[in-house]
Design a protein around this ligand. Structure first.
Ligand SMILES: [Zn+2]
Length: 155
């Protein structure tokens, strides 16, 4: 009879963040884990300012700087991704490879689900470097802004 080996459980976000903080000499505070839980619970990309507004009135009094610094730590720990858009820096959890389209007029941001770009990027090899994640931002004009511009310009 063969012994069955139980699969190694995947580390939780909390375990990953604990390990990152410990290895890099950062304190493990309740505030940081509170921010982590709330950041990872967001369904849509968010800015540090938006998360601060969500957390106003929470048990902890959190400064915008604390939230911003913790979000950056979560990115370095690999738990969040950051997209530097035209109008703001936004954070999100999820895919290691993400493509965004952003309207340069109204700032509307939309995630594009297209495996072809992910597949193409995965074939790129850089000597001495192991790729972990990517994000691509495509700027342009959304259809609503295009209609407004067309009406304004009479075209
Ligand atoms: Zn727009």
């Amino acid at each position: 009879m063969k012994n069955k080996v139980a699969p190694t459980p995947r580390p939780s976000a909390r375990e990953i963040f604990c390990s990152y903080l410990k290895q890099n000499g950062h304190r493990q505070t309740q505030e940081r884990f509170f921010i982590m839980d709330n950041a990872l619970a967001q369904k849509a990309p968010f800015s540090a300012k938006e998360l601060h507004e969500v957390l106003l009135g929470a048990y902890f009094t959190l400064s915008p700087a604390t939230i911003y610094n913790t979000l950056e730590l979560l990115c370095r720990a690999g738990l969040l991704m950051r997209s530097n858009c035209i109008n703001s820096c936004r954070y999100y959890s999820g895919d290691a490879g993400t493509t965004w389209v952003e309207c340069r007029h109204c700032g509307k941001l939309q995630r594009v689900k297209d495996r072809s770009l992910t597949d193409a990027i995965s074939t790129i090899a850089v000597r001495g470097f192991t790729a972990g994640a990517f994000n691509v931002s495509i700027t342009g004009v959304c259809s609503a802004c295009a209609r407004k511009l067309k009406a304004k310009n009479g075209i």
